[in-house]
Design a protein around this ligand. Structure first.
Ligand code: FAD
Ligand code: NAP
Length: 498
């Protein structure tokens, strides 16, 4: 291409950009009668509630898309990153690399982080709406679905949410101290969380001790007597909710052997050819693990293994059985199901048969659940989400939602990223169209920090979190771990406010 042509194209681009800019300046960025951000330096103030992937990805998109947007992120805990810190398994450190991107966003000149602010308690959504042009709720799913069966409250029964929170250092789960003195553990649900829990229960300590699992969990797992983990699903092999990478990790877990029940795979070999590709590969791996006679080396490995795991299919919990003293779990009663329909949409139907399994530990991994945090915000308690269309909270102008609160508690970080970008796009569209009132300046964090001060709440800003981060990394170094997490909010605040 000639130098003249390049120069000409460059001039053309410049001229068209300049005329767009001039006409926007004339009309205000958003058209006649709307705000005049560029010309009068009005900053669009957006507040995000929650600093998990949804919060950070929403912030990232807003900041990148427009130079006149300022974002403040409010987080209940003194530390950021939500389930990336408190959910993702300690032996999956590569997943936590997203923290680098979140850190870049947090350090952007138009983004601020305010940890230790419990929205709905320390400050209301209405107060945030008065202080900001728009509020995005991204506070995730902090509750869990319950089984609704007798005995669910017995000692020895835990939700996966609490168990995961315990080994990952979530302050509210610090005192869980699960009793791991039994031989058999039953996990209900066959999603990736169930597999995370099974892997942590069965992994050799030499693997776990190099991760950021808490020291207390590590010590409990050293003493653990659990030798057999059953991962129980209400439907069949073609309906499991886990993915192939996580299943492969189970199959290859050192010192363990799979112990599937061949009869539960009836008809699966015939059905596999018609399955969509990811499901097909997952099912093939299950079939191979359950039905094929392994090679000599694998046979030897399996025969030497001191621990075992298995999927059990077509079983729903109906009762947690107590020991004779009636004070802790001694087993679980399962209803035997059959499937109605086929493929991923097949439904479990009771056959009337039941089966009792002896076990001392039951972990219910049937899903997380969002909770309402402020009565002024619409909440669909049946679906446990904030009702929304494309992230716009229904019947609540200027209020948006993203992440698990928007979609329900499924989806990996990449899914959460996409749905958060979509919410950010909706918000920007509404600012452009004038649906969100951006005609006047808003005080943003200035007014909120005044309120918080009056209420005795001292926010933890991002540089304070970096102090906590350094302390944790230093503590970890001493024991060969990437970090040793601080386990109480008090300790976190002490370090942050030094
Ligand atoms: P969250 O990550 O839960 O973030 C919500 C944030 O809001 C939290 O920081 C919370 O403290 C804060 N908050 C809550 N209430 C308030 C309040 N009242 N005021 C202020 N702040 C509040 N995905 C993968 O891709 N790979 C994995 O390996 C993986 N492992 C997972 C393991 C587990 C156990 C779980 C449960 C999920 C895992 N996921 C994984 C999925 C991933 O974690 C989610 O997609 C993602 O975290 C959802 O993001 P979120 O921001 O909606 O929610
Ligand atoms: P999930 O994938 O939705 O799995 C939930 C499991 O619980 C399913 O097997 C489901 O069975 C079962 N279940 C639900 N309600 C039940 C009930 N009433 N009775 C019996 N069983 C019931 O949820 P999750 O495992 O909590 O994971 C949440 C999300 O995080 C998923 O998208 C997951 O992929 C992601 N995650 C990813 C990773 C990773 O990438 N490594 C790790 C952890 C989590 P049915 O199918 O029959 O409903």
């Amino acid at each position: 291409m000639s130098g003249h042509k390049l120069l000409f194209d460059g001039l053309k681009l410049w001229t068209s950009a300049r005329s767009t800019w001039l006409s926007r300046l004339h009309d205000g960025v958003n058209g006649p009668g709307k705000a005049c951000f560029s010309s009068c330096n009005l900053k669009l103030k957006v507040c995000i509630v929650g600093s998990g992937p949804a919060g950070f990805y929403t912030a990232q998109h807003l900041i990148k898309a427009r130079q006149d947007v300022e974002v403040d992120i409010y987080e209940r805990l003194p530390v950021p990153f939500g389930l990336v810190r408190f959910g993702v398994a300690p032996d999956h450190p590569e997943v936590k690399n997203v923290i680098n991107t979140f850190t870049q966003t947090a350090k952007h000149s138009r983004c601020s982080f305010y940890g230790n602010v419990n929205v709905g308690k320390d400050v209301s959504i209405e107060e945030l709406q008065q202080a900001y042009h728009a509020v995005v709720l991204s506070y995730g799913a902090e509750g869990n679905r319950t089984m609704g069966v007798p005995g669910e409250d017995l000692a020895g029964v835990y939700s996966a949410k609490d168990f995961v929170g315990w080994y990952n250092g979530l302050p509210s789960c610090r005192e869980l101290s699960p009793d791991l003195s039994c031989e058999t553990a039953v996990i209900l649900g066959q999603g990736n969380v169930a597999l995370d829990v099974a892997r942590i229960l069965l992994s050799p300590i030499d693997i776990l001790k190099k991760t950021d699992i808490t020291q207390a969990a590590l010590e409990a797992l050293v003493e653990s007597q659990v030798r057999r983990v059953l991962i129980v699903g209400r439907r069949g092999p073609i309906q499991v909710a886990c993915t192939i990478k996580e299943l492969r990790e189970m199959v290859n877990l050192p010192d363990t052997r799979p112990e599937m029940v061949a009869a539960e795979f009836q008809g699966v070999t015939e059905a596999v050819k018609d399955l969509p590709r990811p499901r097909k590969r997952l099912t093939e791996l299950m079939l191979k693990t359950a039905l094929e006679i392994p090679g000599e080396k694998e046979q030897e490995r399996r025969s030497k293994a001191s621990r075992s795991w298995a999927f059990r299919f077509f079983r729903s919990p109906i009762e947690i059985l107590a020991n004779p003293d009636n004070n802790r779990t001694a087993g679980i009663r399962l209803a035997v199901n059959r499937l109605e329909g086929s493929g991923e949409g097949a439904r479990a139907v009771l056959t009337g048969e039941v089966e009792d399994v002896t076990c001392g530990l039951v972990i219910s991994s049937i899903g997380y659940k969002s909770l309402p945090i402020d009565p002024s915000v619409p909440f669909d308690s049946h679906k446990a989400i904030v009702p929304n269309s494309m992230g716009r909270v229904q019947q609540a102008g200027g209020l948006y939602c993203s992440g698990w609160l928007k979609t329900g508690p499924t989806g990996v970080i990449a899914t959460t990223m996409n749905n958060s970008f979509d919410t950010a796009r909706s918000l920007l569209e509404d600012m452009d169209s004038g649906t969100v009132d951006v005609s006047a300046a808003r005080p943003g964090s200035q007014s909120i920090s005044g309120l918080l001060e009056k209420r005795g709440v001292r926010p933890v800003i991002f540089s304070d979190w970096e102090k906590i981060d350094r302390v944790e990394i230093n503590r970890g170094e001493a024991t060969g771990k990437p970090r040793e997490k601080l386990l109480t909010v008090e300790e976190m605040l002490q370090v942050a406010q030094k």
